[in-house]
Design a protein around this ligand. Sequence first.
Ligand SMILES: *Cc1c(COP(=O)(O)O)cnc(C)c1O
Length: 492
Amino acid sequence: MIREARTHVSRNEPLLFELSSPGKKGYQLPELDVPPVDAAEVLGAENTRAEIEGFPEVSEVEAIRHFTRLSTWNYAIDLGVYPLGSCTMKYNPRVNEAVARIEGLAWAHPYQPEPLVQGALEVMARLEAALAEITGMDAVTLQPAAGAHGELTGILLIRALLESRGNPRKKVLIPDSAHGTNPATAAIAGYAVENIRSNERGMVDVEALARIVDEDVAALMITNPNTLGVLEVNIRKIAQILHDKGALLYMDGANMNALAGITRPGDNGVDVMHLNLHKTFSTPHGGGGPGSGPVAVKRHLEPFLPVPRLKQQDGKWVFDYQRPLSIGRVRAFYGNFGVLVRALAYIMAHGGEGLRNATLDAVLNANYIRKKLEAHYEIAAEAPSLHECVFSDARQAKHGVRTGDIAKRLIDYGFHPYTVSFPLIVHGALMIEPTETESKRELDAFIDAMISIAREVEENPELVTKAPHNTRIGRVDEVTAARRPVVRWRPK
Ligand SMILES: *Cc1c(COP(=O)(O)O)cnc(C)c1O
């Protein structure tokens, strides 16, 4: 145990096991006023044990302070901005949490008979309809549990459709600006991945695409806006090129918070797409909790959607399993229901006008940051930014400071770092997504910190390359931590 008197007491908190000393208790019980019984006799010896090896023994105040101190190590969305690009880590109104906890919804069993859960089914049906409206698509499945899971579902739908036409084809095209889950998805679905290079504006090169697309191409997976935060303005032309050769257009819709209420992928030639409810539509993410990656499709893919499908029969909601072309189930139950409730609450609370405003604010905030930081950091692509902006560390690298160093220094200023070194096509990327929920005051504080760090890089680069200075732990050996993690405490 490291004990340095110079360190803040909260930052020096040991493990609970290390605080333990024999005989300490966190409780006091009154004298026994009934005859004692032998627990092993009553419960059976196999259900009782004399002690737990290494069980920590601490007082009440020690237990309370221990966990309270640990809680102060956490960065949280309630504390400040998470400028992680690509992630959309935004503050979500508490009312959506309250709605998800309404007893009738929170306590419903996933396999309760349909007549007893008409309300829950109505929530799902309304959400499907709302997402279809927002995306401009014809039908939605709520089953997939995350974005990547939605991608896999979507590509399996494409495979099923092409198979029904006689040939599943061989390749899926993926721009080099795509999220890493895209090529993984295509490979798992049995397709060869062919990378296509972005042009100097960070967009798909339409002419190059036209040369590549042939009868072997099943689909193009495009992220729009892409991971540079740049809108693929040629999306209709791209769709046309694919459709002319019998291929389909998949859109990764994880960045839908840059489009909702403004434009609809379904109106622009997209055949199938997924959404990340845990990014755009209110479920907090980053804590490893449940997510949801609904898939929206055009009419020609609907017969292949996962079973069961919700339908109305004599004025009631029922599940339809009789769908011979379906790719089958992709998940137990019917999706992560609690996430679906939050999404519907969020959408209904905002309304169409509110969703549109959220989009405009997300884009405004990203562009505010871009404009304020452009004089200090090199912008990655000479195209307008939507909901996030990407810089490179080119100027700072001349002083020996890289994007990872700047991110560590940001921690000293009390901010969560931006996304480091992604997207890969930008050397030394700093990817910043403020989201719509940040006020001008918060953005200014973040911008001030970034400008201050840029100045430090020029005047005293060591201050930045040795950061963080104000945290409990400085730089860890990330390789060893990933390859040989020690996750179990053993009594000495
Ligand atoms: C987050 C993200 C994904 C993956 O979503 P998960 O829910 O993490 O599986 C895919 N594409 C893009 C563009 C994303 O930002």
